[in-house]
Design a protein around this ligand. Structure first.
Ligand code: CMX
Length: 435
């Protein structure tokens, strides 16, 4: 298999590099940790390592060293598509180089051979209460697939440590292959006629998702799916979904257990669920006026939100200090394909007005839009109006990133995570001694 070959070829060098770094420089200090960081969500503490992506505060995400605009230009596209194949994105995350079209298609073909969703998973989803959140259903479906884990089976057969990554890669491909089908089935079950639509073997991974939710004839929506699945795939290792996946995987739980955990984290309103909150806020804003609001009216609406003690969803970020390039890429898509859409025009006005309002508030470190500020608006335009589903799409994409990280964590023998906790009394004593 292409991915296995490409990773195998890099492994000796990577293993030597990491062993040497730790053996010869293991005592070198990378940073310090303060009381406020310990009580503040370990914010900014440099304590994780990944070579798959890096978030620069000003530049935003780079996947394997490439910015979002570079990826949109360089990653291979098939046929008439204007946006890259997800198979190429997954190749890039796993292997580290921009693939050729053939290599991207090889990953797409791997997925096609592994995309069959067992009936019992469909039945698990059918059996869930009608008011289950789509994210609960998504996490449950992933967990239900755990009995198929190649890693778990081979581990109990006594596989050597050096082979862990190969079994993790098998699981990762088997799981990612099924994600569009799982997500689309949840969509149809929750909002449609409950039908399970089989993937069309002639379509790529992203386009198949579009096809299975009933948008097979909409080439623009297929391109939006390709864009969406690229930009949400990875965002370093410290965010909740990536870190939760890594933590659970570090106990050698399979990627099914680990990804289900990561998806549960993504379901939180301060993380992935913010995209549904954004659209809700925008629709509330639209509903407030019987005309397109002026800048002044919008400014007042934003202040009303803040004065009510609420955040303006889609704005701000723990790391970024400029507009999120994942926002910008989607905003450009909107400008190209729906410049006259009322909701898009409103989102554009919010982008003009809200950073100024948040700046005036004085305490917000980053007044600029993040990835969630616009993603729902684009989905809404194409008729995917059920906003509690949006985080599932985020999850479909994010699992590409976290499984690529899981493969490399196993390949480089990353150990079980076990940070040390202290009591408040101990911290008080440390503070007293420091004075
Ligand atoms: N609206 C109102 N207040 C905001 C704000 C916003 N959009 N963004 C930050 N603030 C406030 C914070 O609540 C905080 O106030 P307090 O000191 O009273 O608690 C203050 O500004 C400082 O916060 P910060 O250091 O700038 O931001 P944090 O790292 O603490 O929080 C985030 C980051 C994303 C949780 C926050 O900006 C927020 O709540 N934004 C809205 C929700 C959102 O869009 N989340 C999506 C994140 C994207 C992702 O997960 O990738």
């Amino acid at each position: 298999m292409l991915l296995k070959e490409k990773i195998t070829a890099q492994l000796p060098e990577w293993r030597d590099r990491v062993t040497k770094l730790v053996k010869e420089n293991g005592d070198v200090k990378v940073g310090e940790v303060s009381v406020s960081q310990i009580y503040g969500g370990i914010r900014g503490v440099k304590s994780l390592v990944t070579d798959i992506s890096y978030v620069d505060p000003n530049e935003g995400i780079r996947l394997r060293g490439y910015t979002i605009p570079e990826l949109l230009e360089k990653l291979p596209k098939s046929g008439d598509a204007k946006f890259p194949l997800a198979g190429g994105v997954y190749y890039l995350l796993l292997v580290g180089d921009i693939p050729t079209l053939e290599q991207a298609q090889a990953v797409e073909n791997e997925w096609k051979q592994r995309n069959e969703l067992p009936d019992y998973v469909l039945n698990v989803l059918r059996a869930m209460p009608k008011d289950s959140h789509p994210m609960t259903m998504f996490s449950q479906a992933i967990l239900a697939l755990e009995n198929q884990s190649v890693f778990a089976k081979r581990y109990f057969e006594g596989m050597t440590k050096m082979d862990y990554w190969e079994a993790t890669l098998e699981d990762s491909l088997n799981l990612t292959a099924k994600l569009p089908s799982i997500a689309a089935f949840i969509y149809n079950l929750k909002y449609g006629n409950g039908e399970f639509v089989k993937p069309d073997p002639s379509l790529d991974w992203s386009a198949n998702f579009a096809y299975m939710i009933g948008k097979g004839d909409d080439d623009e929506y297929k391109d939006l799916a390709r864009l969406y699945f690229l930009i949400h795939s990875d965002h370093e290792s410290g965010n909740v979904s990536a870190h939760a996946t890594h933590l659970v995987g570090s106990a050698l739980s399979s990627v099914y257990y680990a990804c289900s955990a990561g998806i549960n984290g993504l379901a939180g309103p301060l993380h992935g669920l913010a995209n549904q909150e954004c659209l809700r806020w925008l629709l509330d804003l639209q509903g407030e006026f019987d005309h397109f609001p002026s800048k002044e009216e919008l400014e007042k609406f934003a202040w009303d939100t803040l004065n009510a003690g609420q955040v303006i969803p889609g704005y701000g970020h723990p790391v970024l200090r400029r507009p999120d390039p994942r926002f910008t890429a989607q905003f450009e898509f909107g400008k190209q394909f729906m410049p006259d859409d009322d909701l898009f025009k409103l989102a554009a006005l919010v982008y003009e007005v809200v950073p100024g309002v948040l700046g005036e508030l004085g305490k917000v470190k980053n007044p600029w839009p993040n990835v969630d500020a616009i993603s729902g608006t684009l989905q809404y335009h194409y008729g995917v109006t059920e906003f509690d589903f949006y985080t599932v799409m985020f999850g479909v994409s994010r699992i590409m990133g976290v499984t690529a990280n899981a493969v490399w964590a196993r390949a480089l023998g990353q150990p079980i995570e076990r940070p040390k906790s202290l009591t408040t009394k101990m911290l008080e004593e440390i503070v007293a001694e420091a004075k």
